[in-house]
Write a protein that binds this ligand. Structure first.
Ligand code: GEK
Length: 261
């Protein structure tokens, strides 16, 4: 089944967690309430989310060369989807590959997310070798792999832990493998940053968010989602050993970088 044919059952639910004034102390968390409206939320609030997911199987075709050994001793491409949420990236990949060609390990720290991801993936891709794991990506050991996806996840880790996670990814990737890192960023220049942030809120308004929802989400994410600049991302990728890393996508303050091992 292709991604476009996949029906995620929560599609009909809409993102309404911030429609009442929030206590300043309310922090964003990936709980059942967020899970219920997640597909709607991420598509309406992340510019380019669909385009980035659609490119993942195209990148995988070029860079995943069946270098790993699967459960039945056959050659497979092993892909990690780190911070998988409901498995959007995993589904984008599974939808474009034969079941026997891929082994996907989808990891998320939120049990509410992994419970729902397990249901959705088994409903839609039961033949595929997909393991959904509830874990902190800072703690898991990674097996040798061909591709790692960090789609809007690194930004939720404490800044001090980001290098160690990227070092672990670099070590696990086979020669020729890739990391696809997608993040919300901020611009170093304050004026540019203000323009990007304002146009980002315009993007959300155009997608039906109210002023209260926009400001509620902004307050809830304060100190939870901590952005870096694009330069900081490239510097960190170089620091952990990637010699080549390229910004292949940018839409307002959201960027995606591919790093080649
Ligand atoms: C997608 N990639 O749809 N370990 C594991 N997971 C974590 C950690 C951690 N330490 N911290 C946060 N998460 C997805 C979208 S969402 C992006 C990713 C967003 C998880 C968290 O539970 C959540 O599910 C995910 O990272 C971030 O392609 O909501 O803006």
């Amino acid at each position: 089944m292709s991604q476009s044919q996949t029906t995620i059952k929560h599609d009909t639910l809409f993102d309404k967690p911030f429609t009442t004034p929030l206590d300043k102390a309310s922090r964003f968390s990936f709980d059942e309430q967020v899970v219920a409206c997640f597909p709607d939320m991420i598509r309406r609030s992340v510019p380019g989310y669909g385009q980035v997911l659609a490119m993942l199987p195209i990148f995988a075709r070029r860079h995943c060369k069946y270098r790993q050994q699967g459960n039945n001793a056959q050659r497979v491409s092993r892909i990690y989807d780190l911070g998988c949420s409901l498995g959007g990236a995993t589904m984008a990949l599974a939808g474009e590959f034969e079941a026997q060609d891929l082994q996907i390990k989808a990891i998320d720290i939120s049990p509410a997310m992994t419970t729902e991801a397990t249901t959705l993936l088994s409903e839609n891709y039961s033949e595929h070798d997909i393991e959904v794991i509830t874990a902190d990506i800072r703690d898991v050991a990674l097996e040798p792999c061909d591709m790692v996806i960090l789609n809007l996840t690194l930004q939720f880790l404490p800044a001090a832990d980001r290098v160690a996670v990227l070092e672990k990814i670099y070590a696990a990737l086979s020669e020729g493998g890739i990391l696809v890192l997608t993040e919300k960023t901020h611009a170093f220049d304050e004026q540019y940053d203000a323009w990007l942030v304002e146009r980002y809120y315009d993007f959300k308004r155009a997608n039906g968010y109210t002023e209260m929802e926009i400001s509620g989400k902004r307050n809830a994410l304060e100190n939870v989602l901590i952005t870096d600049t694009l330069d900081e991302h490239h510097a960190r990728l170089a620091q952990v050993g990637f010699k080549r890393h390229l910004t292949w996508f940018q839409f307002l303050n959201f960027v995606s970088v591919v790093a080649f091992k």
